[in-house]
Design a protein around this ligand. Sequence first.
Ligand code: SF4
Ligand code: SF4
Length: 111
Amino acid sequence: MNKKHEKVIAPDVGWRNVTRAGIIPTAGNAEYYETGGWRTKKPVWIEDKCIHCLLCWRFCPDSSVIAEDGKFGRFDYEHCKGCGICVNVCPSDAIDFIDEGETSEGRNDGE
Ligand code: SF4
Ligand code: SF4
């Protein structure tokens, strides 16, 4: 190992000291982090096509589909990571998937 490399790897900081995937090891804290900031694409609800089956609500891994009175209500964009699962499970193409920052004219994105 040359001198330059020795400087980069401190002797007391090895891979065993790093938390798995860098996750803070405290259970149940996800709601405190606005994971929506990770998103590059976002789902947009198309009200006219929705049949309120709630498959999107059931399959969203981040509980970011908010149901209201047994129907689709809105997306929680503070926590939606833009994984696209809701888009894929929707049986009636009622969720558009647009680039973050793109406008959604005529669509209800709840923002
Ligand atoms: S999966 Fe599609 S049709 Fe079903 S509630 Fe969600 S948006 Fe509406
Ligand atoms: S894009 Fe992913 S995280 Fe966002 S609402 Fe749909 S399923 Fe949930």
